[in-house]
Every structure is written in C-alpha cells, then in structure tokens.
Ligand binder design. Structure first.
Ligand code: MV4
Length: 450
C-alpha cells in the first residue's frame, strides 16, 4: 500500500479521501490555494502545501505547481478526487513519469473515455446498446444531415470532447439542422479546442441511470449496483439515489451486466461509472466517468463498501476486495447536494457561514467541508456539503431525508436545500416518475403559480 498520498483537490472530497487514507494507515498531504489556508481539508491532513493564488487555474489546475508539491513532499501516489485534474491524461502521465502512482485509470483509458466517440466505439465493441446516429464525427453539414435523416428527428448534436452537457444541441427538424450544427461545432471548438460533433437520436424524457463498477486491470470487474441521477438542473445533479427505483429486476441485471462487460472488455482498472439513458425497459450507453463521483456515497450506503478504500487498494495493485456474489444491496439511500446558491435562480451564493447545524440520527451521514466559521469561496464549485440518508426502503428513506433536511441549518449564505426539499416531497419523486427535464418543468410550473 502507499505510504503517503497527495490529495489534488479541495472541499468535501479532499476530506473524504483524507479519512479513507487514515483508515488504511496512509499519510496525507493536502494542497491548497491562498484562499483555502483555513479550509478543513488542510486542517485534517498530516501535511499541507500552498500551491498558488485563489483562481483554480493558478492553483488546483496548475500542473507544475501540483507536481512540485508531489516532489517536495515525497508522496508516492496522487489522488485527484473529481473535477480539476481528475480526468486529465497529460497530468496522469506526468505524475506516473515521476514514478508516482496516479490513483485513477491508465492514460489510455482516460483518452478512450475522454472522447465520447471513442467511448461509444469501446461500448459498441463490448456489445452495449447505443442510440442510433452518425457512425463517427459528422465531418460536414451534409454529412450531419444525412445521419439525421437516417436516424429520424428529433436528433441531438454532441461534442465528441464534451461531457456534462456542454456543446449539446437538440435539433427538431431538417430546417433547424444547419444552424444547430454550426452552433454546436463552434461551441465545441471554443470550449474544448476540438470541433468534432456527432449526431444521436434524441430521447425527450429519459431517466439518467448509472452503474458503479470496480475493476482490477486484468479483465476482472464487478458492479456495485445502480444509481438514479435524473433530478438535475443545467447538468448539475441535485438529488441521487441507490438503487435506481422503479426498474424491473431483469432490466437492472441487464444494465449492470452491460457495465461490467465494458469494464472487462477494455481491461479497465480502478473505479468508474457507466452512464445510461433509460426509456421504459430500454437503456442506451451514454458515457463513462473514469473517477470517483460526487454521488458515490449512496452506493457505499447500500453496499457497505468504502469505495475510496477500494480505489486506493486497486491503484496499489491489490486487486478487488470482494467478488460479485459478495456485493449485496440492502435498503435505500438518497443524497442531496448542498450547493451554496440561490435555490430558485441558481446563482452562486459565496460568503461567510454565520451559523451551521448538521442533521443527525439513524441513517444520516453528512460529507461536508463547511462549519459555523467557514467562508464559502467564490472561486470554486458551489458544492459545500452532501447529505446522505439511508432507510430500510425508499419510503422510509424519504421520510428520514425530509426530517434531516428540516434540521440542516446553514446561515449566512443561501443553499439549494429549499428546492430539494420541495422536489423530494413531491408526488413525481415519491412515485419515482423523475426524468431528465423534470426539474425545469417543476420550476416553470412553480414560478407560474407565484
Ligand atoms: C442525451 C439526451 C437525450 N437523448 N442524449 C446530458 C449530459 C450528457 N451526459 C448527455 N445528456 C443527455 N444526452 C440523447 N441521445 C438527454 C441528455 C440530457 C440529460 C441527461 C441526463 C440527465 C440530465 C439531462 C438533462 C438534459 C439532457
């Protein structure tokens, strides 16, 4: 096992990684920007190094500064968390070139899954169901039109280098295609420096279902069940749960087997999430997230597996700690992301926290990076804490969650909690009828009523 892990991240995930390392007897190094000198992840790590000024480009995304911190602290592994440099193949390669382990997939797999077209090709190779569309990048407007007509409208145009919704455009008809194609291509070029765009059949109201997998790099792979992340706004997830509700056992088995087949086929190593769109009993491969995800705790709560520990062991070459038969899903877990934002307008709400009380009681877990004297920085993502609640079944979990949300006090800044409380208390969520555009329609209806 590693002796000293440098955590190339901040906030709740940095703290989560510190905790997993401590349990395994690994020393931890925090890196921090000048704005984060008083942050909790710095306080709880064994060592810390300031790597630059507040803006992420000058600190957490500044590769030479992060690599210098690795060098001077003598860390033998780097955990990138999520976001920042977690899926950066160049960074992973630079870390490994120093003889230090990057706790994540190989550079080859980061490249494979960083490009949506090569990810789809890998999924096709492993026999996963895909949405019809262009065979590769649409090289011209004519090419895109030909694929769209063959697929049938509506179609969606997606940037090959995209992800998280950037560079996507829905096109309803032939007439709209030229404009949509040019806009998508331009947005892809500006955002990613790669204008490749592909065509896919558009599903108007699918569910977003994902499967957690863990793999040993030698073709051995297991899944840790499903999550439903359909409650999103502007591609930011608001509520996630495990297992995905309202799915037949047969569909659940097929989707989990598909995710394992892909991981096994490409000889993947470490953790990943395989994302799908689900419509009725049909599911379609979307993309692979080759990292620990924000919503990993709901899977931990229903499987009893510490995913960050598992990730550390896999990176150290120790292999999987359990077999597929040993993965047992029990009960239900829901996570609410506590974002520092105006819940109705989704505008960031940074500033000093003046009062803070975390909920408690059975089945309640809070992964947080704030406290009653914290300052929420304006420079970074607005995620400040995650409330994860477990119950014996979904209804029990919802009741516990509502109590916990009512107890959760954060003063001085606005949080997303009031919106999430209304969402999880509503009939659509209670009856597991969520779909990807549901939050938008909920908000449109709500503002109409006021
Ligand atoms: C789609 C889709 C409908 N049809 N692809 C959004 C993020 C990126 N991972 C893919 N996304 C979508 N791809 C086809 N062919 C709808 C979405 C989508 C979405 C997916 C999951 C959760 C929320 C979403 C919100 C808007 C659009």
């Amino acid at each position: 096992m590693f002796k000293k892990v440098l955590i190339a991240n901040r906030g709740e995930i940095a703290l989560r990684i510190v905790r997993a390392c401590k349990v395994l007897g690994i020393r931890t190094v925090a890196i921090y920007s000048q704005a984060d000198a008083n942050a909790l992840h710095v306080a709880f790590a064994d060592e810390s190094v300031c790597i630059g000024p507040a803006p992420a480009l000058k600190s957490y995304l500044n590769q030479p500064a992060v690599l210098a911190a690795v060098e001077i602290t003598g860390a033998d592994a780097v955990h990138p968390g999520y976001g920042f440099l977690a899926e950066n193949a160049q960074f992973a390669s630079a870390v490994r070139a120093m003889g230090v382990e990057f706790i994540g997939p190989s550079v080859e797999h980061l490249r494979m899954f960083g490009d949506k077209l090569s990810a789809k090709a890998a999924a096709r190779g492993a026999g996963l169901p895909l949405l019809e569309g262009s065979p590769g990048a649409a090289t011209s407007m004519e090419d895109a039109m030909e694929s769209a007509k063959r697929t049938g409208f509506p179609v969606i145009l997606k940037a090959a280098a995209g992800g998280g919704g950037k560079g996507m455009r829905v096109v309803e008809s032939e007439e709209e295609l030229p404009r949509g194609f040019n806009l998508a291509q331009e947005e892809a070029r500006v955002s990613f420096g790669n204008g490749d765009v592909f065509v896919e059949r558009y599903l108007p109201s699918p569910r977003h279902i994902e499967v957690q997998i863990a793999a040993d790099g030698k073709g051995g792979a297991i899944h840790l069940g499903t999550r439903d992340c359909s409650l999103q706004r502007r591609h930011q997830k608001l509520v996630e749960e495990a297992p995905a509700p309202n799915m037949s056992d047969a569909t659940r088995k097929r989707i989990c087997d598909a995710a394992v087949a892909l991981a096994s086929d490409v000889q993947y190593q470490t953790l990943a999430t395989v994302e799908f769109l689900l419509e009725g009993d049909d599911f379609f491969f979307l993309e692979v997230n080759p990292r620990i995800q924000v919503e990993h705790p709901v899977t931990e709560e229903v499987t009893g597996v510490d995913l960050v520990e598992e990730q550390l062991r896999l990176a150290a070459g120790e292999g999987l700690s359990l077999t597929q038969d040993e993965v047992q899903i029990s009960g239900h877990a829901i996570e609410v992301r506590v974002n520092a934002e105006d819940p109705w307008r989704q505008l960031p709400s940074p500033g000093p926290v003046t009062g803070y009380h975390e909920p408690g009681g059975p089945g309640v877990r809070v992964d947080s990076a704030i406290h009653e004297h914290a300052f929420v920085q304006p420079y970074y993502d607005s995620l400040t804490a995650k409330l994860i609640v477990k119950g014996r079944d979904r209804n029990h979990c919802i009741e516990r969650l509502l109590c916990a949300l009512d107890e959760f006090v954060v003063e001085g800044i606005q949080t997303s909690i009031p919106l999430q409380r209304e969402l999880v208390d509503g009939a659509v969520f209670r009856e597991s009828r969520m779909y990807t555009r549901y939050v938008d329609s909920f908000l449109a209806e709500r503002s109409g009523k006021k």
